[in-house]
Design a protein around this ligand. Structure first.
Ligand SMILES: Nc1nc2c(ncn2[C@@H]2O[C@H](COP(=O)(O)OP(=O)(O)O)[C@@H](O)[C@H]2O)c(=O)[nH]1
Ligand SMILES: [Mg+2]
Length: 335
């Protein structure tokens, strides 16, 4: 009979954790922990001693630096594309490594306290470049002070949804193209060009958002266009920031807004817009707009970005543009 004392001690479990953000980046950093006898199966050549670095094959998927921090810990740095990281983590699981996502205090033992560990954890997965000065400023600052200029740190970490609505032809898709610096959306002088709503990831001067371009609101008999307008409705309802646009040649908004949806059109929205903008300001200013911009000349774009950042990052009390927005503008070089 073989008692438990006679059995060989079970091998300590090997584990891995992707330390870098899920956003695509040049490299990813994955921490491997466990006995060298297990890790050597997925990292070859294996850095022999603590402190050693090797250029190694990583799970047969990619090659990159492997640094041995101590007897049981290895950091490996494959390319940062989502497909590479997914393929490597899949191989690691098949090799018997368990995925861990430790508590911030465990993941960042160098942090002075729980708050600093949480800030470092947020920094490791933040989507917005603006998170870097904001979070590093907060980490180096006093532990009990709020972060100046940012009430909604979560929105620097997870990109908020911005949706734009307005009559067809007022220039919504042209604004999107101007903001992303390329022809992302099809634009045309003919009304009803944007049929389906689309989401594009945009960096608005350091704040990364998901920008939803939607089909224009107008009375229509066309079942396809009606279906597209209806499909966009939940996006408009759920957006973190709802922008309503109009232009001098298609002025139906901004005073009306989609909340007064077209007769015979989709159901009325339950919310009012957060921001009313006048597009094609090169043709003239739109009465009732909070601000006017021209996708054609670029006029007003910087002010629009500053306004969007302010509205998304300040809480309900952050009604006025004050020093905090100046700080954000200086951080990002935009204004
Ligand atoms: N003058 C001027 N025309 C614009 C501007 N932005 C868009 N347009 C034109 O307006 C038309 C409709 O634009 P589009 O972006 O497709 O409008 P949407 O239906 O609201 O997406 C196109 O012919 C654009 O070239 C602008 O800032 N100034
Ligand atoms: Mg369009």
């Amino acid at each position: 009979m073989t008692g438990p004392l006679g059995a060989p001690a079970p091998a300590p479990a090997a584990a891995f954790e992707v330390l870098t953000s899920a956003e695509p980046g040049a490299i990813a950093i994955i921490r491997l922990t466990g006995p060298a006898s297990t890790l050597v199966r997925v990292v070859r050549p294996f850095p022999a001693l603590p402190g050693a670095v090797a250029y190694a094959d990583l799970a047969g998927v990619d090659a990159g630096l492997a640094a041995r921090l101590d007897a049981d810990t290895l950091l490996v740095t494959p390319h940062g594309g989502a497909a590479v990281v997914a393929a490597i983590t899949d191989r690691l699981r098949r090799a018997g490594l368990r995925e861990t996502t430790g508590a911030p205090r465990e993941r960042f033992p160098e942090a002075r306290d729980a708050r600093e560990a949480s800030l470092l954890e947020a920094l490791s997965r933040a989507a917005s470049p603006l998170a870097v000065p904001v979070l590093t400023g907060a980490i180096s600052g006093r532990a009990d002070t709020a972060i100046p200029g940012v009430d909604r740190l979560d929105r620097l970490v997870d990109p908020p949804l911005v949706a734009i609505a307005g009559p067809p032809g007022c220039g919504k898709s042209s604004l999107l193209n101007a903001l992303c610096g390329r022809a992302s959306a099809v634009t045309d002088p003919g009304a009803g060009t944007t049929r389906d709503w689309t989401v594009t990831r945009l960096d608005l001067g350091g704040l990364v958002v998901r920008w939803a371009d939607t089909p224009g609101w107008r009375p229509t008999e066309d079942p396809l266009e009606m279906a597209a307008i209806r499909a966009a409705q939940p996006v408009l309802e759920s957006a973190d920031l709802l922008i309503v646009a109009g232009s001098p040649d298609h002025p139906a908004c901004p005073t009306d807004g989609p909340a007064d949806g077209p007769a015979g059109g989709p159901a009325v929205l339950s919310r009012r817009p957060d921001l009313r903008i006048g597009l094609k300001s090169d043709l003239g200013a739109l009465a009732g707009a909070d601000l006017c911009v021209s996708a054609r000349t670029g006029d007003g774009i910087a002010a629009l970005l500053a306004c969007i950042r302010h509205r998304l990052l300040r809480g309900p009390s952050g009604a006025s543009t004050d020093d905090s927005e100046k700080m954000l503008a200086e951080d990002t070089g935009a204004g």
